[in-house]
Design a protein around this ligand. Structure first.
Ligand SMILES: C[S@@+](CC[C@H](N)C(=O)[O-])C[C@H]1O[C@@H](n2cnc3c(N)ncnc32)[C@H](O)[C@@H]1O
Length: 407
């Protein structure tokens, strides 16, 4: 019994190799399960109910102790969301560079260890951090990490929650069911006061937001979590739904000894917004950009404000073709000067769609191809967005060919 795939991403050529799992919970009849055990979970799901916006929903803890070379994983999610992650839990792709936690356990040869392009070190005023040990080229993957925990946002402390669920109990159980607890517990905390469970503190300080079956979740990737924040970062985290991996990809060339950083905030915010948003992590921003000379900051802020303006302007329904071409050129330049391709390349596709409406298929194709280049490097290459871009490219190429034949 293979269930219909119910995944966020659109599997392309790889579709046939995917097995999809039906949702299981604490009451599932074994007969209806995919297999006669809880596979890929190594513990029986432990379930609870939560009332959110008047709807009562079931959430369970799903754990696999063998995931990621026995580092383990615990997931707190609805049975449907967990089922959509099950294939990734069963078959993570070869962790060709996921060697950091193995190094810590003495499972790497010294040659393998010497081959890592980075090392984790103590850094003044920042706790730990990661520095490059050799030259890393732009667009190269730096490190790959698999999650130790994935938790539905429903379980985090919120003000004004009428009926709090027993998040603490669930967090505790999720932790205890984790094979390598030290990998999790050694991470940075922010100390959020009484009542906040250590698991919640660690997740809030270190995790990434993920969307699984339309639900907002947090994914904790212990190796990537050692990367400190930079406002002009040299790396970007790329999530792949196929195996739930997070890869830090170099956004530019990185020199040996340079710290590897990612942005904790959406890239492209001007200084005033950055400083406010960073308060959540409880540190003063001392990154290269924030500590630049006022003139440098001003130029960067002006470009970022202008980028927001251009983005709004190209979406005005009354825009003329000439203005659209001019503003699209400016958009590309601004994104490039501020090195914001990882986040803003999807806007290239937006501009492409508008140019398409003016029947400028050549420019539309150019921009869609550019958008795909960056999206494949920095977002999920098997995700719905990249799949849509590829379809658009094929379509535009056919249109242009037909146009040529007509001439
Ligand atoms: C995801 S962790 C990064 C790794 C962390 N430094 C560690 O020792 O594990 C986030 C925490 O690191 C520290 N941090 C990250 N970026 C920083 C920065 N640019 N300056 C100072 N502290 C920073 C803050 O304490 C923050 O709460």
């Amino acid at each position: 019994t293979t269930a219909l795939c119910n995944l966020d991403s659109i599997p392309l050529f790889t579709e046939t190799s995917r097995v999809c799992y039906p949702p299981v919970d604490d009451t599932s009849d074994l007969l209806y399960r995919h297999e006669t055990d809880n596979s890929p979970w190594t513990e029986s799901p432990y379930c609870t109910y939560s009332r959110s916006s008047g709807i009562i929903e079931k959430f369970c803890i799903y754990s696999s102790s063998i995931f990621n070379q026995n580092a383990g994983i615990s997931i707190i999610a609805t049975p449907e969301a967990a089922a959509s992650l099950a294939d990734a839990v069963r078959n993570p792709l070869p962790a060709w560079r996921n060697e950091d936690h193995l190094a810590r356990r003495g499972q790497l040869t010294s040659e393998q260890e010497a081959n890592l392009p980075y090392k984790t070190v103590s850094m003044a005023g920042k706790g730990k951090g990661v520095i490059a040990t050799r030259h890393i080229a732009q667009f190269d993957p730096i490190m790959v990490s698999f999650p130790a925990m994935v938790v539905d946002d429903e379980f985090f402390t919120r003000e004004q929650r009428n009926q709090p669920v027993d998040s603490r109990g669930l967090f505790q159980r999720a932790l205890l069911q984790l094979e390598d607890q030290e990998r999790f517990l050694s991470l940075a905390t922010t100390g959020r006061g009484h009542g906040v469970h250590i698991v919640e503190d660690i997740i809030r300080t270190n995790a990434f937001g993920l969307t699984v079956l339309g639900r907002e979740m947090k994914g904790l990737y212990p190796e990537i979590a050692r990367l400190n924040h930079g406002c002009d970062p040299n790396a970007f985290p790329q999530y792949k739904s196929r195996d739930m991996s997070m890869t830090a990809v170099a956004t530019r060339d990185i020199q040996p000894g340079e710290e590897i950083t990612i942005s904790y905030l959406p890239m492209g915010l001007p200084t005033r917004h950055r400083l406010r948003s960073l308060e959540n992590w409880g540190f003063n921003c001392s990154c290269t950009l924030c500590s630049s000379a006022p003139e440098v900051l001003e130029v960067s802020d002006r470009r970022r404000d202008r980028l927001a303006h251009v983005y709004r302007a190209i979406r005005q329904p009354t825009i003329t073709y000439e203005d659209l071409v001019q503003l699209t050129g400016e958009l590309l330049q601004l994104v490039h000067s501020e090195r914001l391709e990882p986040r803003f390349s999807e806007y290239f596709h937006l501009a492409a769609g508008l140019l398409f409406q003016f029947r400028d298929y050549h420019r539309a194709l150019e921009l869609t191809e550019l958008s795909l280049k960056y999206s494949e490097t920095f977002s999920d290459p098997e995700g719905a967005f990249c799949a849509g871009l590829r379809k658009d490219i094929t379509f535009l190429k056919e249109l242009l060919r037909d146009d040529d034949l007509d001439k």
